[in-house]
Design a protein around this ligand. Structure first.
Ligand code: NOJ
Length: 541
């Protein structure tokens, strides 16, 4: 299943790096990261081999949800810089052959957005129908929805999308309840205006030089929309327009349902995440979600030294979505993100992490590295900041060096956006830079492996060679043109071996990565032997 029509073409070898702007690099000593700080560190990101960046929201906001509550879609938040800085960031990235995706948060605005303030007014005005309000301030029980009651003089209560401070923009209802006339159809004038405005916002930043968007809660727009049919139709309309006007722009959704997001809504990429697809947790973090709905208190992630994980919990779900989307778009498996506690490195050493990065860099689709995961940053135990709650500890300042504040900022410590990891043995870029065996340099080598082998990139064909419930190793093959690469992974602390069909390939052309001589010919087959916590990528023919 290869995908020769991958669009835009630059996604084919894209490796993304997610930057949480407040915590990356502070260029002006005010204690908070900023856009000029990101520009100053572009060469670092490039040195990893990453050629694309997803930037969390950097727009004007009261920051009740760290910027996912936008108060002006057309203006960079002063704490991060100016629109001119954004323009320069795009230019500087492009000079280096890199791309920048902004974060598009259009399911809701902030309560401080002027549109919402207008919509709160009792008198009808231009923005009355831009948000969803019920028609009775005494009805705060709208089954299936969250409403805030008593918020404004307007006779009704607004629906929210996430926190109380994030009122839902009105994209309409796929099936409005006829007994509730405030539920407007998607074709009503309010929802139609909101749709156009999404285009305006996108056009504004794309014309300035942005290369696309990560879309927040992409599946949540149209209400009462079983199967997300109308929401998908809206995004398909956006995609058709992009194909016409901005064919190089790329869209990645926070949906965690590739079948719909890519297959129907026309996204170029969709994330596997800790909600939605159970399989993502079964892969990397299962035990931490044990107490959530559907969690298994006795479960282990596949990437666990115990060897007790089950690759099929991931694969069953993954293969379903892969088959539904191959040729249409890319599944994105991230190392983590700003919402995920714990970070990847918690309870793992560099050898464990290397096996995980070997997996991430040899899977189809588009990999995403959350800033700091390339050096093994930890999740700290911190009080909530800007609506982060338990997410806060995974959002701490990037650890550049052993200078004050880990080289993140020259501000006095108490003015930092969040505390830095103060442990004496905290990982830093500087400490790992010159150590060929550091996690940083292993990650670089693995990204380089991907970048130099088309078979390993976004649309090289993917085929499972050996995967059995509760057994090891996990073996798969990637192929593009006349290149085939066999990848085998053993996350467990003990050696494993398996016999492979001798007809699958005739010889090892080159041992590209990992243990040497892991494959030996025996009789009519191959014996694959992997040392504890190891993996290989061999070119075969
Ligand atoms: C998902 C974002 O990643 C998260 O940080 C935010 O709080 C919610 N969407 C609401 O916008």
């Amino acid at each position: 299943m290869s995908n020769p029509t991958s669009k835009p073409a630059w996604l084919e070898n894209a490796v993304f790096y997610e930057i949480y702007p407040q915590s990356f690099f502070d260029s002006n000593g005010d204690g908070i990261g900023d856009l000029p700080g990101i520009i100053a560190k572009l060469d670092y990101v490039k040195s990893l081999g990453c050629n694309a960046i997803w930037l969390n929201p950097c727009f004007v906001s009261p920051f009740y949800d760290a910027g996912y509550d936008v108060a002006d879609y057309y203006k960079i938040a002063p704490r991060y810089g100016t629109n001119e800085d954004a323009r320069r960031l795009f230019e500087e990235a492009h000079k280096r052959g890199m791309r920048i995706l902004l974060d598009l948060v259009v399911g809701h605005t902030s309560i401080e957005h002027p549109w919402f303030k207008e919509s709160c007014k009792a008198e009808r005005n231009e923005y009355t129908d831009w948000y969803i309000w019920n028609d009775d301030p005494w009805r705060w029980d709208e089954p299936g929805f969250h409403v805030v009651h008593g918020y404004a003089d307007r006779h009704g209560n607004p629906l929210t999308n996430f926190f109380y401070s994030q009122p839902a923009l009105n994209f309409g209802f796929a099936h409005p309840d006829p007994r509730k006339p405030w539920q407007q159809p998607v074709t009503a004038p309010g929802p139609q205006r909101v749709r156009q405005e999404v285009k305006n916002i996108m056009r504004f930043w794309l014309e300035m030089g942005a290369d696309g968007f990560r879309v927040d809660m992409a599946g949540s727009l149209v209400k009462n929309d079983p199967g997300q049919v109308e929401t998908a139709r809206f995004w398909r309309w956006i995609r058709d327009w992009l194909d016409e006007e901005f064919p190089e722009a790329a869209m990645v959704s926070e949906w965690s349902n590739p079948e719909i997001a890519i297959g129907q809504a026309g996204y170029h990429m969709d994330f596997l995440l800790h909600f939605g697809m159970r399989g993502y947790n079964a892969l990397l973090r299962k035990q931490y979600y044990a107490n959530r709905p559907g969690g298994d208190p006795y479960g282990f992630a596949f990437f666990d030294k115990s060897g007790h994980g089950n690759i099929m919990e991931f694969l069953d779900e993954y293969l379903h979505h892969y088959r539904k989307t191959a040729g249409k778009g890319h599944i994105a498996i991230p190392t983590g993100n700003h919402d995920i506690n714990p970070r990847l490195a918690i309870n793992r050493d560099w050898d464990d992490l290397e096996v995980i990065y070997l997996f991430l860099m040899t899977m189809p689709g588009t990999p995403y590295i959350y800033y700091g995961d390339e050096i093994g940053m930890q999740t700290l135990n911190l009080p909530s900041k800007e609506g982060g709650y338990e997410r806060t500890g995974s959002r701490t300042p990037m650890q550049w060096s052993n200078e004050a504040n880990a080289g993140f900022s020259t501000a006095p410590r108490e003015r930092l956006y969040l505390p830095v990891d103060e442990r004496p043995d905290r990982p830093t870029v500087a400490a790992q830079e010159n150590d060929p065996n550091s996690l940083l340099n292993r990650v670089r080598r693995l990204i380089a492996l991907r970048q130099s082998h088309p078979a390993l990139q976004a649309s090289g064909a993917f085929e499972v060679v050996y995967a059995e419930a509760g057994k090891l190793p996990f073996v798969y093959q990637r192929q593009q043109g006349d290149e085939t690469v066999l990848v085998a992974l053993n996350p467990a602390a003990y050696p494993v071996e398996v016999k492979l069909d001798g007809k699958r390939f005739g010889k090892v052309v080159k041992e590209l990565y990992g243990a040497k001589n892991a494959l030996t010919r025996e009789g009519d087959g191959w014996i694959l032997r992997l040392p504890p916590v190891s993996g290989i990528a061999y070119q075969v023919a």
